[in-house]
Write a protein that binds this ligand. Sequence first.
Ligand SMILES: Cc1cc2nc3c(=O)[nH]c(=O)nc-3n(C[C@H](O)[C@H](O)[C@H](O)COP(=O)(O)O)c2cc1C
Length: 725
Amino acid sequence: MTQDRLGREWRPEILDEQIETDRVRVRELRADASIDVLDSLSDMRAELTKLVPKLSDALRDEPSRWIYYSWRRTLVATLGPLSFRRLRLDRNRNRITLADQEKLQGQRVGVVGQSVGHLVAHTLAMGGLCGELRLADFDRTELSNLNRVPATLLDLGINKAVVTARRVAELDPYIRVEVFDHGLTEQSMARFLDGLDLVLDECDSLDIKVMVREVARERGIPVLMATSDRGLFDVERFDLEPKRAIFHGVVGDLRAADLRGLSTRDKVPYVLRILEPDKMSAVVAASMAEIDQTITTWPQLAEDVTVGAASAAAAVRRIGVGERTESGRTRVDLDVVLGERTPPLAAAASQPPHSTANGATGAPTSTDPITAIMRAASLAPSGGNSQPWAFSINEGRFDLHLVPERTSTMDVAFRASYLCIGAALCNARIAAAAAGLLGPAEIFPAGPDGPVASLHLEPGTDPGLAAELPAMLDRCANRRPGVPAPLDPDPVAELTALVATEGAALRLLTDRAVIEDCAELLGQTDRLRYLTPHLHAEMMNELRWPGEDGLDTGLDVRTLELDAADLAKLSVIRRADVLAQLAQWGGGQVLGEPMRDSVRAASALAVVSMRGADPVDYVRVGSAVERLWIRAQAGGLGVQPVSPVFLYARGAADIESLVGTAYRGELAQLAEQFRSLSAVPEDEELALVLRLSHAPRPTVRSQRMSLTALLRPGSGRVPGLAADG
Ligand SMILES: Cc1cc2nc3c(=O)[nH]c(=O)nc-3n(C[C@H](O)[C@H](O)[C@H](O)COP(=O)(O)O)c2cc1C
């Protein structure tokens, strides 16, 4: 077969054996020994069955086709058009939803010029961004095109539009293609443009460029153009702006007719105005002066052309699905982008820790008893390490105040804050007992507007409390997963009794089936927390990246004990736009996975509850929680609160204040299920849920604000603070 005969063929024959004439044709072709037959249909079908969600029977059982590529003398078995498209474009989801894929299939796109245009057309076809392509070029493929056009030696001498059409046919025989192998002329222009949704101008003739725009504007067709220098990309939305001047007005009211008979030299000023000489790359601008002298034409690299094709494909997709894509000019300049590199986030997070194993606070232990008491209070746990407290020392009293600004949505009615201040009071009492300064403690001694708690510092002690000092200083959240080995029965009885002495109740869930159910449930509540924009924002605002952020408040990401893969995931799920997208799809099951996995790895869940939901009740239960935490950790267990979003919600209005109307039903149901799983009766309030694990010590501990920052203005003098604060 000579190149001449085959050189014009580009249309694949699509043969359906359900049709008699096609069946005969397939038989003929298969009988021809000079024709290769390729059949990987069974692989395609196997791949089809693996798709999720499962395909309808109609799609799975769609009759196959034979495709005959005459220029390759090859017959290929393939899936029918619908299943073929579904499978070929499966990996476009969710970047392009199935509904949007459907829309894009309806697009008819013209591509004028088949050098850059070859890549553009092929990229559009590859992405499923159009259902029909019209390709124009009069020129033939030459060896010097192969630095940027992904044609091959086998294509040399063949019309460039034909070469593109073949590539498209070999990629997807079902895309409708028309070839204009005489290029575009005044005569063929209307036929080329009629009925198109978009046109890409990738030709190098100024006359044709102007004419394409004039005729496209008359028909309300947008024109896009990628110019392979510094990623220049133009969008002219003649569909939205029927009177818009061509080339954004830079060539005035130039018309195609004005160019007739002009020499190349006379056209130069227009070309330069379009290219904006002051913004061109120096190399290309200088090369302009060298054309025909030291170089044949202006230089173009494969990477430039590829970026242009990528911009074109993105614009065609955006316009096709109705995303904002206004008229104008932009530059996707790789030299600029690659010159502005920044280290990835994960690298910052994996920098060696600068606090040590004991370095929760990095604080020197104080010899001054009042400073030691304040420091002990500041070491109490708090949601997101928010430290919602401030301290003052007045007339022999240590007062703990609420700082309402450090609250968050989950801290409904400051219930969590009160609990934390209760824990801080507990720590202060332990330190005071150890210092022999333990007087009585009062909760809200001056009513709701005064301090939340006061500890009188006067001679006195409690040996039991004082003995807790080292374990209290050591207490920390341990987020390492651990292994789900059973708990020793002894500590269970001891912990339950301990919590009871503080007027609270402890339910230790140790049954594996119950833990599994709780893991699932807590995973679900975490998912809702991620998907609710303000809760997600608050959660992400708690994170601190060593090397970038101060670590005295919030959660140092290293304390989350994430491995490299989890850190990488975190850098994705911290993005509000990503979460909004998941919420829109009703997806994001994976968001609950870390919580599910960590609860599954626990040996027990400790559910602390109490009677009464007044602030004073939360302050009291705070002490119970702290004592439980200290003792459990001292007994060798890892302790980590796992707070469901509904933890501090009391009733429907609270639930709605957390997750809005979007998830209130779901969250209320989860809250109810949790109560029944954990067997907390209706007349008790949840205080905290903690996982107890057999886990190694945490890698890094959280730090705290300085005592000077925590001391209220006007507070009495604290000896020794200058040195410590
Ligand atoms: C009311 C409350 C809720 C908490 N919720 C969680 C939680 O859901 N997940 C978690 O990993 N840690 C939780 N924590 C632990 C805090 O993040 C931790 O106490 C704080 O970062 C200080 O660190 P430290 O306890 O290691 O000193 C909670 C703590 C409190 C007091």
